[in-house]
Ligand binder design. Structure first.
Ligand code: NAP
Length: 593
């Protein structure tokens, strides 16, 4: 199926549009123009959401000067009515009046909803077209991904310059439906396809590669105009959408919830740093069958597996390393060239690696709090290194079972004050942001040379705070997070991971999250609400402060990691040399001897 031969206007527009169109919204024209002026410096292709303005018709003349000052800008005007998912409360006639006046102001294209196009008289639509402005006709399905071909046919009947088909990803599979649709239509260049929603991130990054003329992005984090929209800078710098091509290998983190996962920023930074032509996506799902289909169809070369899929995926793997098998969980999957899946557990190295940098583990006495997934990785990893492990868990039976399986001992809370350890590891969610449970340990229980809290958000958990107060050296959960991610990178690429850079970017992201949470809490206080906001209208986009200039990304396929040793021997591939100093040198003090 193909679109009509593009008109001159289409060809002209096609030559002006970039991969990413930044959606700009605000409640006053001054605010919109201010935001557009900032955005256009980085991304000259904009969508101006006129429907967010109270009186779009009155605001229009103000855009004339913007276009005179920004001749490189290419802009779509959207005045979507509320019935079709927009914010414009006016009638169809009022919408048409706004859009018809857009050409005279300097807009290059208007976005008209399919429902409006179908309701308009032919003559009225003709009047709009006679203004010479480009016409994009869009359809948004907020309930799912249904009959994309049928919607395409309905839109195409109007012979617009661009056809925009937007659905909602209710599952990962909906992305596949959209990607296959775009691939089928790949003999035309004027089709845009996107899946909205948290599960639709894949379509926003891989859609352009599959044939979408462009995709939409938010101006900054927090300014999204559609569910699941990604900030322009994230799309361009983290996901490197301009460089995603047929040779780009796809990786991802799968589980639920996944939206706030720091894995994409960490792993994409590592790929960029090491000039690996690869992209790493957030794959939100509870359903393993959906994930496996995606791995097969896209295909996906490697997955970081998180809750709730870590155990369930085990029976779908060709082979696993012996520790994953004993733990009963795998957090890393490698897809070999023959499509077979191999499993590893890098959580183990994420725990034993940082500890070994500070103390020998053979013969060490280590207390593990918890008996869930992370605790199992800790216990089996430590036992393999020859440590004497003591387990304390809320549910005593689970602790006893793990102790039996691993050759460890259990311990009661009351015995802690009279015991001493080389290390205490918290492998429970207690202390995590949003977790209201009381601290598990008091000062009298901290008879240890080192504390390792696997929780990494907040940066300073109550347990780390207590350790700091008592001058007990500690390791934060970021170190585990980065270490397990670095081992995944090495398994997938066969290259040493840029661990310090990964650590830096995760730390920065967590600090930003903490700052945003503090600001939000301050703003929600009643007295702050009554004060006029001193915040500038335009939020600076999130960017690591001292980001070293990235090496240019590999355009051609990165040299395929010669079949990683990890596949052949089922051992993680060659590791990077551990840095002399621990990665978290500021927060983690060397353990006392
Ligand atoms: P999990 O499988 O759900 O296990 C949770 C464990 O914590 C269970 O043993 C549970 O005890 C215990 N627990 C839960 N709430 C508790 C409470 N209020 N008081 C006492 N014990 C409680 O979770 P997981 O995958 O092991 O993860 C545990 C934590 O480790 C996560 O929350 C995360 O912060 C951290 N983690 C960090 C990394 C990293 O890279 N830094 C990686 C993985 C995990 P019961 O048996 O009684 O339910």
């Amino acid at each position: 199926m193909s679109l009509n031969v593009p008109s001159h206007a289409s060809q002209f527009l096609r030559s002006r549009v970039a991969n990413v169109c930044v959606a700009i919204a605000g409640t006053t024209s001054a605010e919109v123009i201010e935001k557009a002026t900032v955005a256009v410096k980085e991304t000259p292709f904009l969508e101006i959401r006129l429907d967010y303005l109270e009186k779009p018709l009155l605001a229009l003349p103000r855009f004339k000067q913007f276009f005179a000052d920004n001749t490189a800008a290419t802009a779509i005007a959207t005045c979507r009515r509320s019935a079709n998912g927009g914010k414009f409360a006016g009638s169809l006639a009022a919408e048409l009046e706004v859009l018809t006046k857009c050409a005279a102001v300097g807009f290059h294209m208007v976005d008209l909803e399919l429902e409006s196009a179908e309701a308009l008289k032919k003559a009225d639509l003709q009047k709009l077209r006679e203004t010479g402005i480009g016409l994009l006709i869009s359809h948004h399905d907020f309930n799912g991904t249904h009959d994309l071909d049928g919607i395409f046919t309905r839109i195409n009947a109007f012979h617009p310059d661009f056809v925009k088909v937007v659905s909602t990803a209710k599952s990962l599979i909906d992305n596949l439906t959209l990607i296959h649709f775009l691939e089928r239509m790949n003999d035309n260049s004027n089709l845009i396809g996107i899946c909205m929603g948290d599960a639709g991130i894949i379509s926003r990054v891989l859609g352009v590669r599959a044939g979408s003329a462009f995709t939409f992005a938010a101006a900054t984090v927090g300014e999204e105009t559609g569910p699941g929209q990604i900030a322009a800078r994230t799309l361009l710098e983290t996901y490197r959408i301009d460089q995603v091509d047929a040779a780009t290998k796809v990786y991802g983190v799968a589980g639920n919830p996944i939206r706030s996962s720091l894995s994409p920023i960490m792993m994409n930074t590592a790929f960029r740093r090491e000039t690996v032509n690869a992209v790493y996506l957030a794959l939100q799902t509870n359903k393993l069958s959906d994930l496996l289909k995606l791995v097969h169809d896209i295909p996906i070369q490697g997955i970081s597996v998180t809750m709730p899929l870590k155990q369930e995926i085990m029976s779908h793997l060709e082979r696993t390393d012996p520790l994953s098998a004993r733990i009963g969980a795998c957090n890393t999957v490698l897809r070999a060239q023959d499509g077979k899946l191999y499993g590893f557990n890098t959580d183990v190295a994420g725990i034993t690696g940082p500890l070994e940098k500070r103390m020998p583990l053979a013969g060490a006495r280590v207390l593990v709090l918890g008996a869930g997934g992370a605790a199992r990785a800790a216990v089996f990893g430590l036992r393999e290194k020859g440590a004497n492990v003591f387990i304390l868990n809320r549910t005593a039976e689970t602790a006893q079972k793990l102790a039996r399986q691993s050759g460890s001992k259990t311990i009661r809370k009351e015995a802690l004050a009279k015991s001493s350890f080389d290390a205490i590891i918290n492998a429970t969610p207690v202390g995590m942001a949003g977790n209201k449970a009381a601290p598990l340990l008091e000062a009298k229980d901290l008879n240890t040379k080192l504390v390792f809290d696997l929780v990494y958000n907040p940066l300073e958990t109550p347990l780390i705070h207590l350790a700091r107060q008592l001058s007990v050296p500690f390791i934060t959960g970021i170190e585990m997070f980065v270490h397990q991610g670095a081992r995944q990178f090495e398994i997938w690429t066969g290259k040493p991971a840029p661990e310090e850079e990964m650590f830096r970017v995760v730390l920065h992201a967590l600090r930003q999250q903490a700052e945003a949470a503090t600001a939000e809490a301050a703003e929600s206080k009643p007295e702050a609400k009554s004060r006029p906001s001193a915040k500038p209208v335009v939020k600076p986009a999130a960017k690591p402060k001292a980001a070293p200039k990235p090496k240019p990304a590999a355009k051609s396929p990165a040299k395929p990691a010669a079949k990683p040793k990890s596949v052949a021997k089922l051992k993680p591939a060659a590791r990077s040399k551990p840095s002399a100093k621990p990665a978290g040198k500021k927060s983690a003090v060397k353990a006392k001897k």
